[in-house]
Ligand binder design. Structure first.
Ligand SMILES: N[C@@H](CCC(=O)N[C@@H](CS)C(=O)NCC(=O)O)C(=O)O
Length: 199
């Protein structure tokens, strides 16, 4: 979702090929053998059209916005860039692991009590984001930007594990930030259903 958000914001024309993770297309695996999505393919001019492949979501966001950033999503100055790096690092290296364990405890051999422990550990991140949102309107600054787009899909997943618990927490600014995101035109645009390609 974060890659699609950045591609949408960059206004770059691209073809969206939805895949089924249960049966990954051989073409996708030939481009990116690790088999995770998203995969961005920039076909080359040569006969095999191998071209360039970017198969990390943050790198796709970065590529898209460096190519074209009409909404000013990239961090503006060094302070914002440093802040963005720290927030994204915390999200991808810590929060994501806590989210996965809270959401799919069985997959990680955890019982319910340990899943809740992961949820409670993740509160550190949620409170840090809340604190930031009490100083500025968005995680990226005074407008929605790359950091918001990169983090919102994970907070959304987290909130949806137990909506009642999430909405009863004290981080009201974060709840309202997520709610605004989920009701934005941007979100509606990128969430449009695309049928999976099987080959
Ligand atoms: N670090 C990668 C993680 C990508 C990732 O794990 N994607 C999941 C889906 S959200 C996936 O493709 N999993 C492979 C599978 O379920 O087979 C990125 O952000 O690009």
């Amino acid at each position: 979702m974060r890659a699609r958000l950045a591609l949408h914001a960059s206004q770059i024309k691209y073809e969206h090929r939805e895949v089924e993770l249960k049966s990954k297309p051989t073409h996708m695996l030939s481009l990116s053998p690790k088999g995770t999505v998203p995969v961005l393919w920039l076909p080359g001019e040569d006969a095999q059209q191998k071209g360039v492949v970017i198969d990390e979501s943050l790198e796709i966001m970065d590529w898209a916005l460096r190519s074209n950033d009409p909404l000013g999503w990239l961090p503006g100055d060094l302070q914002d860039t440093t802040q963005a790096k720290l927030l994204l690092q915390n999200n991808d290296e810590l929060f994501k692991s806590q989210l996965d364990r809270y959401k799919y405890p069985v997959r990680f051999g955890l019982d319910q009590a340990n899943a809740i422990k992961q949820r409670d550990l993740a509160l550190n991140t949620l409170l840090r984001l809340e604190q930031l949102l009490s100083q500025r309107s968005f995680l990226s600054g005074d407008r929605f930007g790359m950091v918001d787009a990169a983090i919102a899909p994970f907070i959304r997943q987290f909130a949806r594990v137990d909506v009642e618990w999430f909405t009863n927490q004290s981080f009201k600014k974060l709840i309202s930030w997520l709610n605004d995101f989920e009701h934005s035109q941007l979100f509606l645009d990128v969430m449009k259903k695309v049928s999976p390609r099987l080959e």
